[in-house]
Design a protein around this ligand. Structure first.
Ligand code: ZN
Length: 133
């Protein structure tokens, strides 16, 4: 893994959270993108070298809706930038981590992604991200 690519925060309302985090960071979000396959609307903020992703559920059975139901709004995942997602998935599976998808999926912001089950990572949902060339 090369660096933290972004931190994902689950929110109830993207609209009001875009306003809130815009005030917090002193800069508006630069993009809103729906990932229909995951049932989420996302928005992205650039804070110096760091990126923050807000996630809002678009349907009641979306993983984000379930997360908020159980834990409330807050930090949802940490995403790491990887050079070769397939190689990294293979390495982590061999190390005993549980991958939530067997093949990389198309995520937001032009990325291939794979999630690791938090039960194998001390409760932290980890996302691997590879930039799509
Ligand atoms: Zn993410």
């Amino acid at each position: 893994m090369r660096k933290i690519e972004h931190i994902g925060i689950a929110v109830k309302s993207l609209e009001s959270s875009n306003e809130l985090f815009g005030k917090l960071f002193g800069e508006a979000h630069y993009k809103v993108e729906e990932v229909a396959s995951e049932g989420v609307n996302t928005s992205f903020f650039q804070v110096g070298p760091n990126k923050i992703e807000l996630l809002e559920a678009t349907k009641p059975d979306s993983p984000i809706a379930k997360f908020i139901e159980k834990k409330g709004e807050g930090i949802h995942h940490i995403a790491y930038d990887v050079e070769d997602i397939r190689a990294e998935m293979k390495r982590l599976a061999a190390e005993g981590f549980t991958l939530l998808n067997e093949e990389p999926k198309k995520g937001a912001d032009n990325k291939l992604v794979c999630f690791l089950h938090p039960k194998t990572t001390n409760g932290v949902l980890i996302e691997l991200c590879q930039e799509i060339g």
